[in-house]
Design a protein. Sequence first.
Length: 357
Amino acid sequence: MAEARTIGSISVPNVKELAGTCNGTDDEIPERYIRPEVSSDEVIKNNHGDMSIPIIDLDKLISPQSSQEECVKLISACQYWGFFQLINHGVPDEVIANLKNDLVEFFSQPLDAKKEYSQLPNNLEGYGQAFVVSDNQKLDWADMLYLQVCPTDSRDLRFWPNYPASFRHSIDAYSSETENIGLCLLQFMAKAVGVEPKSLLSVFEGQARGLRMNYYPPCLKADKVLGLSPHTDPGGLTLLLQVNDVQGLQINKDGKWFSVNALNGALIVNIGDTLEILSNGKFRSVEHRAVVHPSRERISAALFYYPCQDLVISPLPDFVKDGKVKYKTISYQDLLTEYFTAELDGRNRLEKMKLEP
Ligand SMILES: O=C(O)CCC(=O)C(=O)O
Ligand SMILES: [Fe+2]
Protein backbone atom coordinates (compact mmCIF):
# COMPACT_ATOMS: atom_id res chain seq x y z
CA MET A 1 0.00 0.00 0.00
CA ALA A 2 1.21 3.51 -0.76
CA GLU A 3 2.76 5.23 2.21
CA ALA A 4 0.64 8.13 3.48
CA ARG A 5 2.37 11.36 2.58
CA THR A 6 1.53 14.75 3.95
CA ILE A 7 0.32 17.54 1.75
CA GLY A 8 2.21 20.81 2.06
CA SER A 9 5.37 22.54 1.00
CA ILE A 10 8.90 22.45 2.40
CA SER A 11 9.74 25.98 3.42
CA VAL A 12 12.14 27.74 0.99
CA PRO A 13 13.40 31.34 0.69
CA ASN A 14 10.99 34.11 -0.19
CA VAL A 15 11.57 34.83 -3.87
CA LYS A 16 10.73 38.53 -3.81
CA GLU A 17 13.42 39.01 -1.14
CA LEU A 18 15.84 36.85 -3.08
CA ALA A 19 15.18 38.84 -6.26
CA GLY A 20 16.05 41.99 -4.35
CA THR A 21 19.53 40.64 -3.59
CA CYS A 22 20.36 39.22 -7.03
CA ASN A 23 21.92 41.74 -9.36
CA GLY A 24 21.56 39.54 -12.39
CA THR A 25 24.94 37.86 -12.75
CA ASP A 26 24.68 34.07 -13.09
CA ASP A 27 26.61 33.56 -9.89
CA GLU A 28 24.12 35.38 -7.78
CA ILE A 29 21.10 33.35 -8.75
CA PRO A 30 21.23 30.25 -6.57
CA GLU A 31 21.72 27.07 -8.54
CA ARG A 32 18.36 25.64 -7.48
CA TYR A 33 16.59 28.32 -9.54
CA ILE A 34 18.61 27.88 -12.74
CA ARG A 35 16.52 26.23 -15.49
CA PRO A 36 18.56 25.70 -18.68
CA GLU A 37 15.46 24.66 -20.63
CA VAL A 38 14.08 28.21 -20.59
CA SER A 39 16.72 29.44 -23.01
CA SER A 40 16.92 26.22 -25.04
CA ASP A 41 13.21 25.42 -25.56
CA GLU A 42 11.59 26.64 -28.76
CA VAL A 43 8.91 29.22 -27.94
CA ILE A 44 6.38 30.51 -30.45
CA LYS A 45 5.77 34.18 -29.68
CA ASN A 46 3.53 36.89 -31.12
CA ASN A 47 1.28 34.18 -32.44
CA HIS A 48 -1.93 35.16 -34.21
CA GLY A 49 -4.93 33.48 -35.84
CA ASP A 50 -4.73 29.68 -35.85
CA MET A 51 -1.51 29.84 -33.85
CA SER A 52 -3.06 31.50 -30.81
CA ILE A 53 -5.50 30.16 -28.24
CA PRO A 54 -9.13 30.69 -29.33
CA ILE A 55 -11.33 33.49 -28.03
CA ILE A 56 -14.76 32.42 -26.83
CA ASP A 57 -17.59 34.88 -26.28
CA LEU A 58 -19.89 33.89 -23.40
CA ASP A 59 -22.65 36.21 -24.64
CA LYS A 60 -22.58 34.43 -27.99
CA LEU A 61 -22.68 31.02 -26.28
CA ILE A 62 -25.78 32.03 -24.38
CA SER A 63 -27.62 33.82 -27.20
CA PRO A 64 -29.78 31.33 -29.16
CA GLN A 65 -28.88 32.93 -32.55
CA SER A 66 -25.14 32.46 -32.12
CA SER A 67 -24.88 29.59 -29.64
CA GLN A 68 -24.38 26.77 -32.10
CA GLU A 69 -21.60 28.53 -33.98
CA GLU A 70 -19.83 29.52 -30.75
CA CYS A 71 -20.16 25.96 -29.39
CA VAL A 72 -18.25 24.68 -32.41
CA LYS A 73 -15.40 27.06 -31.51
CA LEU A 74 -15.62 26.06 -27.86
CA ILE A 75 -15.28 22.37 -28.59
CA SER A 76 -12.40 22.88 -30.93
CA ALA A 77 -10.68 24.98 -28.23
CA CYS A 78 -11.19 22.25 -25.62
CA GLN A 79 -10.02 19.48 -27.92
CA TYR A 80 -7.01 21.07 -29.54
CA TRP A 81 -5.73 23.65 -27.08
CA GLY A 82 -7.29 22.84 -23.70
CA PHE A 83 -7.26 26.63 -23.26
CA PHE A 84 -9.26 29.63 -24.43
CA GLN A 85 -9.76 33.29 -23.57
CA LEU A 86 -13.27 34.08 -22.39
CA ILE A 87 -14.71 37.50 -23.25
CA ASN A 88 -18.07 39.00 -22.29
CA HIS A 89 -17.97 36.79 -19.20
CA GLY A 90 -20.15 39.15 -17.18
CA VAL A 91 -17.82 39.69 -14.22
CA PRO A 92 -18.17 43.44 -13.51
CA ASP A 93 -15.09 45.52 -14.42
CA GLU A 94 -15.13 47.01 -10.94
CA VAL A 95 -14.89 43.61 -9.24
CA ILE A 96 -11.88 42.69 -11.37
CA ALA A 97 -10.24 46.10 -10.90
CA ASN A 98 -10.63 45.92 -7.12
CA LEU A 99 -9.09 42.45 -6.91
CA LYS A 100 -6.21 43.51 -9.16
CA ASN A 101 -5.48 46.64 -7.11
CA ASP A 102 -5.59 44.78 -3.83
CA LEU A 103 -3.32 42.02 -5.09
CA VAL A 104 -0.70 44.53 -6.25
CA GLU A 105 -0.94 46.26 -2.87
CA PHE A 106 -0.76 43.03 -0.85
CA PHE A 107 2.35 41.70 -2.58
CA SER A 108 4.08 45.10 -2.41
CA GLN A 109 4.14 45.03 1.41
CA PRO A 110 7.30 44.24 3.37
CA LEU A 111 7.87 40.54 3.98
CA ASP A 112 7.03 40.73 7.69
CA ALA A 113 3.50 41.93 6.94
CA LYS A 114 2.86 39.11 4.47
CA LYS A 115 4.40 36.55 6.83
CA GLU A 116 1.43 36.95 9.15
CA TYR A 117 -0.41 34.80 6.63
CA SER A 118 2.36 32.23 6.10
CA GLN A 119 1.55 28.65 5.16
CA LEU A 120 1.61 26.26 8.11
CA PRO A 121 3.10 22.76 7.95
CA ASN A 122 0.85 20.28 6.13
CA ASN A 123 -1.51 22.96 4.95
CA LEU A 124 -1.71 24.35 1.43
CA GLU A 125 -3.34 27.64 2.33
CA GLY A 126 -1.55 30.88 3.03
CA TYR A 127 1.44 32.85 1.80
CA GLY A 128 4.56 31.02 0.69
CA GLN A 129 5.72 28.85 -2.19
CA ALA A 130 3.98 25.93 -3.80
CA PHE A 131 4.89 22.31 -4.39
CA VAL A 132 8.32 22.08 -2.81
CA VAL A 133 8.46 18.41 -1.91
CA SER A 134 12.17 17.59 -1.85
CA ASP A 135 15.39 19.25 -0.78
CA ASN A 136 17.01 18.99 -4.18
CA GLN A 137 14.07 19.91 -6.37
CA LYS A 138 14.48 22.89 -8.75
CA LEU A 139 12.65 25.93 -7.45
CA ASP A 140 10.24 28.33 -9.10
CA TRP A 141 10.82 32.07 -9.26
CA ALA A 142 7.55 32.92 -7.52
CA ASP A 143 5.74 33.44 -4.25
CA MET A 144 2.04 32.86 -3.82
CA LEU A 145 -1.00 33.22 -1.62
CA TYR A 146 -3.44 30.31 -1.78
CA LEU A 147 -6.92 30.41 -0.26
CA GLN A 148 -9.87 28.09 -0.33
CA VAL A 149 -12.71 30.48 -1.24
CA CYS A 150 -15.72 28.15 -1.44
CA PRO A 151 -17.82 26.87 0.14
CA THR A 152 -17.87 29.96 2.33
CA ASP A 153 -17.97 27.93 5.54
CA SER A 154 -14.69 26.24 4.57
CA ARG A 155 -12.82 29.56 4.53
CA ASP A 156 -9.93 29.69 6.97
CA LEU A 157 -9.77 33.39 7.75
CA ARG A 158 -6.40 33.02 9.48
CA PHE A 159 -4.92 33.15 5.99
CA TRP A 160 -7.14 35.92 4.59
CA PRO A 161 -5.14 39.16 4.66
CA ASN A 162 -6.80 42.16 6.23
CA TYR A 163 -4.51 44.54 4.41
CA PRO A 164 -5.41 46.22 2.13
CA ALA A 165 -8.64 46.79 4.02
CA SER A 166 -10.80 45.90 1.03
CA PHE A 167 -8.89 42.68 0.14
CA ARG A 168 -11.20 40.16 1.81
CA HIS A 169 -14.19 41.81 0.23
CA SER A 170 -12.50 41.88 -3.20
CA ILE A 171 -11.78 38.15 -3.04
CA ASP A 172 -15.31 37.42 -1.86
CA ALA A 173 -16.87 39.52 -4.64
CA TYR A 174 -14.68 37.94 -7.33
CA SER A 175 -15.46 34.49 -6.00
CA SER A 176 -19.22 35.02 -6.08
CA GLU A 177 -19.21 36.75 -9.49
CA THR A 178 -17.33 33.82 -11.01
CA GLU A 179 -19.33 31.10 -9.28
CA ASN A 180 -21.55 30.25 -12.23
CA ILE A 181 -19.10 30.75 -15.07
CA GLY A 182 -17.52 27.33 -14.66
CA LEU A 183 -20.85 25.53 -14.52
CA CYS A 184 -22.18 27.49 -17.45
CA LEU A 185 -19.14 26.55 -19.56
CA LEU A 186 -19.38 22.89 -18.54
CA GLN A 187 -22.99 22.88 -19.64
CA PHE A 188 -22.14 24.22 -23.11
CA MET A 189 -19.17 21.89 -23.42
CA ALA A 190 -21.35 18.86 -22.68
CA LYS A 191 -24.17 20.00 -24.96
CA ALA A 192 -21.77 20.73 -27.79
CA VAL A 193 -20.48 17.15 -27.82
CA GLY A 194 -24.01 15.75 -27.58
CA VAL A 195 -23.83 14.75 -23.92
CA GLU A 196 -26.56 15.40 -21.35
CA PRO A 197 -24.95 18.14 -19.14
CA LYS A 198 -26.40 16.74 -15.91
CA SER A 199 -23.80 14.03 -15.38
CA LEU A 200 -20.94 16.53 -15.69
CA LEU A 201 -22.63 19.30 -13.72
CA SER A 202 -23.44 17.02 -10.80
CA VAL A 203 -19.71 16.46 -10.24
CA PHE A 204 -18.95 20.17 -9.88
CA GLU A 205 -22.14 21.86 -8.69
CA GLY A 206 -21.73 23.49 -5.26
CA GLN A 207 -18.18 22.14 -4.84
CA ALA A 208 -15.00 23.70 -3.52
CA ARG A 209 -13.03 26.40 -5.27
CA GLY A 210 -9.53 27.66 -4.50
CA LEU A 211 -7.80 30.89 -5.50
CA ARG A 212 -4.08 30.82 -6.07
CA MET A 213 -2.53 34.25 -6.39
CA ASN A 214 0.92 34.07 -7.98
CA TYR A 215 3.60 36.71 -7.62
CA TYR A 216 6.54 36.50 -10.02
CA PRO A 217 9.31 38.99 -9.15
CA PRO A 218 11.39 40.33 -12.03
CA CYS A 219 14.70 38.62 -12.73
CA LEU A 220 17.41 40.33 -14.76
CA LYS A 221 18.38 36.91 -16.05
CA ALA A 222 14.79 36.01 -16.86
CA ASP A 223 15.87 33.40 -19.41
CA LYS A 224 17.66 31.43 -16.67
CA VAL A 225 14.70 30.93 -14.29
CA LEU A 226 11.13 29.68 -14.49
CA GLY A 227 8.20 31.34 -12.71
CA LEU A 228 6.10 28.21 -12.54
CA SER A 229 7.21 24.70 -13.57
CA PRO A 230 5.38 22.86 -16.36
CA HIS A 231 2.23 21.29 -14.93
CA THR A 232 -1.38 20.48 -15.55
CA ASP A 233 -4.10 21.59 -13.13
CA PRO A 234 -5.74 18.78 -11.15
CA GLY A 235 -9.37 19.90 -11.00
CA GLY A 236 -12.15 20.58 -13.49
CA LEU A 237 -11.73 24.04 -14.94
CA THR A 238 -9.34 26.88 -14.08
CA LEU A 239 -10.12 30.56 -14.63
CA LEU A 240 -6.95 32.61 -14.85
CA LEU A 241 -6.84 36.36 -14.42
CA GLN A 242 -3.65 38.11 -15.47
CA VAL A 243 -3.47 40.90 -12.97
CA ASN A 244 -1.04 43.36 -14.54
CA ASP A 245 -0.16 43.74 -18.20
CA VAL A 246 2.98 41.59 -18.02
CA GLN A 247 2.65 38.44 -20.12
CA GLY A 248 4.24 35.14 -19.08
CA LEU A 249 1.89 32.19 -19.54
CA GLN A 250 3.08 29.55 -22.02
CA ILE A 251 1.26 26.41 -23.06
CA ASN A 252 2.63 23.26 -24.59
CA LYS A 253 0.96 22.20 -27.79
CA ASP A 254 2.42 19.30 -29.77
CA GLY A 255 5.78 19.64 -28.04
CA LYS A 256 6.16 23.39 -28.66
CA TRP A 257 5.70 26.21 -26.17
CA PHE A 258 3.25 28.91 -27.24
CA SER A 259 3.20 32.18 -25.34
CA VAL A 260 -0.27 33.45 -24.54
CA ASN A 261 -1.11 37.11 -25.06
CA ALA A 262 -3.75 37.60 -22.39
CA LEU A 263 -6.37 40.04 -23.66
CA ASN A 264 -7.19 42.89 -21.35
CA GLY A 265 -10.49 42.06 -19.64
CA ALA A 266 -10.54 38.41 -20.72
CA LEU A 267 -10.38 35.41 -18.41
CA ILE A 268 -8.19 32.54 -19.52
CA VAL A 269 -9.93 29.20 -19.09
CA ASN A 270 -8.22 25.83 -19.08
CA ILE A 271 -9.20 22.23 -18.54
CA GLY A 272 -7.80 20.22 -15.64
CA ASP A 273 -6.94 16.53 -15.26
CA THR A 274 -10.24 15.55 -13.64
CA LEU A 275 -12.19 16.89 -16.59
CA GLU A 276 -9.91 15.22 -19.13
CA ILE A 277 -10.52 11.85 -17.45
CA LEU A 278 -14.27 12.38 -16.96
CA SER A 279 -14.60 13.29 -20.64
CA ASN A 280 -12.55 10.23 -21.64
CA GLY A 281 -10.00 12.52 -23.28
CA LYS A 282 -12.51 14.56 -25.28
CA PHE A 283 -11.39 17.70 -23.44
CA ARG A 284 -7.64 18.05 -22.92
CA SER A 285 -5.71 19.06 -19.84
CA VAL A 286 -2.72 20.81 -21.36
CA GLU A 287 0.68 21.37 -19.82
CA HIS A 288 1.51 25.00 -19.10
CA ARG A 289 4.17 27.06 -17.32
CA ALA A 290 4.96 30.68 -16.52
CA VAL A 291 8.09 32.63 -17.39
CA VAL A 292 9.21 35.85 -15.73
CA HIS A 293 10.03 39.35 -16.97
CA PRO A 294 13.52 40.87 -16.69
CA SER A 295 12.41 44.15 -15.13
CA ARG A 296 8.75 43.96 -14.17
CA GLU A 297 6.87 41.92 -11.60
CA ARG A 298 4.01 39.75 -12.86
CA ILE A 299 0.89 38.78 -10.90
CA SER A 300 -1.82 36.28 -11.80
CA ALA A 301 -4.80 34.76 -9.99
CA ALA A 302 -5.95 31.22 -10.81
CA LEU A 303 -9.39 30.13 -9.63
CA PHE A 304 -9.73 26.35 -9.53
CA TYR A 305 -13.11 24.62 -9.78
CA TYR A 306 -12.76 21.34 -7.93
CA PRO A 307 -14.98 18.26 -8.15
CA CYS A 308 -16.73 16.75 -5.13
CA GLN A 309 -14.05 15.61 -2.72
CA ASP A 310 -15.09 11.94 -2.58
CA LEU A 311 -15.27 11.57 -6.34
CA VAL A 312 -13.92 8.41 -7.88
CA ILE A 313 -12.74 9.68 -11.26
CA SER A 314 -13.33 7.56 -14.30
CA PRO A 315 -14.73 8.43 -17.73
CA LEU A 316 -18.46 9.19 -17.56
CA PRO A 317 -20.52 6.63 -19.50
CA ASP A 318 -21.94 9.38 -21.75
CA PHE A 319 -18.43 10.10 -23.00
CA VAL A 320 -17.62 6.48 -23.75
CA LYS A 321 -19.86 6.05 -26.74
CA ASP A 322 -17.46 3.78 -28.67
CA GLY A 323 -17.11 1.54 -25.63
CA LYS A 324 -13.40 2.19 -25.07
CA VAL A 325 -12.48 3.56 -21.67
CA LYS A 326 -9.14 5.32 -22.10
CA TYR A 327 -8.24 6.07 -18.45
CA LYS A 328 -7.74 4.15 -15.24
CA THR A 329 -9.97 4.86 -12.30
CA ILE A 330 -8.49 6.98 -9.52
CA SER A 331 -10.00 8.62 -6.47
CA TYR A 332 -9.81 12.39 -6.55
CA GLN A 333 -8.01 12.32 -3.20
CA ASP A 334 -5.28 10.07 -4.63
CA LEU A 335 -4.93 12.35 -7.63
CA LEU A 336 -4.51 15.34 -5.32
CA THR A 337 -2.00 13.53 -3.13
CA GLU A 338 0.02 12.74 -6.23
CA TYR A 339 -0.18 16.37 -7.29
CA PHE A 340 0.90 17.85 -3.99
CA THR A 341 3.51 15.34 -2.90
CA ALA A 342 5.50 14.72 -6.07
CA GLU A 343 7.48 17.21 -8.11
CA LEU A 344 5.45 18.77 -10.90
CA ASP A 345 6.24 16.92 -14.07
CA GLY A 346 4.13 18.40 -16.80
CA ARG A 347 1.58 16.00 -18.25
CA ASN A 348 3.39 12.86 -17.13
CA ARG A 349 1.14 12.32 -14.15
CA LEU A 350 -1.87 12.27 -16.44
CA GLU A 351 -0.17 10.13 -19.06
CA LYS A 352 0.31 7.45 -16.39
CA MET A 353 -3.47 7.40 -15.97
CA LYS A 354 -4.00 6.34 -19.58
CA LEU A 355 -4.87 2.74 -20.39
CA GLU A 356 -2.97 0.99 -23.19
CA PRO A 357 -4.71 1.67 -26.53
O1 LIG B 1 0.60 32.64 -13.86
C1 LIG B 1 0.19 32.01 -14.81
O2 LIG B 1 0.05 32.52 -15.93
C2 LIG B 1 -0.14 30.54 -14.68
C3 LIG B 1 -0.62 30.14 -13.31
C4 LIG B 1 -0.99 28.69 -13.21
O3 LIG B 1 -0.88 27.95 -14.15
C5 LIG B 1 -1.49 28.13 -11.93
O4 LIG B 1 -1.53 28.87 -10.92
O5 LIG B 1 -1.86 26.93 -11.92
FE1 LIG C 1 -1.87 26.01 -13.80
